[in-house]
Design a protein around this ligand. Structure first.
Ligand code: ATP
Ligand code: MG
Length: 184
């Protein structure tokens, strides 16, 4: 599987100043008081991988991820998240596989929208989504479980529950691809 080694946030939700989260081998714990930004970190991870549902970001619109201002700080005009992947085993799919480290950057600018880069080159949202749809297949998939998602799973209707489980199993990428193939 692709290993995440660093997450960098800037202007993303409560992380107004550039903040690095180094992700080492093994288990990483994030602890802190309520409201300190733990969930925001996971949302940043989800977002840089191409998440486009505002609800998954606990917002009403995509621009809600941009730092909205605080009593002492004005609002920001953009949010940027960068994710560094360890590709020393060269397991990344074609097009991302030329270097030992792959840096994915997503930036959203007010009234402009999102743009993605991979190792400094412009790429489409779709390319990033497919990169991670592939990367998350297999037993060691970096499946993300949102706060409250366990109780959602328990209370969900069968169809919705199946969708959640498929997503966690990393096979939703396969469905996306099959759907595209059927459209062709
Ligand atoms: P808990 O332990 O309660 O789950 P948490 O550590 O997960 O808390 P988060 O939900 O990640 O906390 O962070 C919430 C904080 O992020 C709130 O203070 C909220 O005001 C702030 N926040 C969210 N979006 C923005 C934004 N666009 N601009 C500024 N601050 C934001
Ligand atoms: Mg939380």
């Amino acid at each position: 599987p692709l290993k995440f080694t660093k997450l960098r946030l800037q202007g993303f939700k409560s992380f107004v100043d550039p903040t690095d989260l180094i992700i080492n081998d093994g288990l990483t714990g994030v602890v802190g008081p309520n409201g300190c930004g733990k969930s925001n970190l996971l949302e940043a991870l989800r977002w840089v991988m191409g998440e486009n549902r505002p609800t998954a970001m606990r917002g009403g619109g995509m621009e809600d991820v941009i730092f909205a201002g605080a009593s002492s700080r004005p609002a920001k005009n953009f949010a940027e998240v960068s994710l560094l992947l360890d590709n020393s085993d060269r397991l990344a799919p074609q097009g991302f596989n030329e270097t030992d480290g792959v840096e994915i950057v997503r930036r959203i600018t007010r009234d402009v929208g999102s743009a993605y880069k991979a190792n400094g080159k412009d790429v489409r949202a779709r390319d990033i989504q497919m990169l991670f749809a592939d990367a998350s297949t297999g037993a060691h998939s970096p499946a993300l479980v949102r706060q409250g998602q366990i109780s959602e799973l328990i209370n969900a209707k069968p169809k919705a529950r199946r969708r959640i489980l498929e997503e966690a199993a990393g096979i939703s990428g396969l469905y996306q691809r099959r759907h595209e193939a059927e459209l062709k």
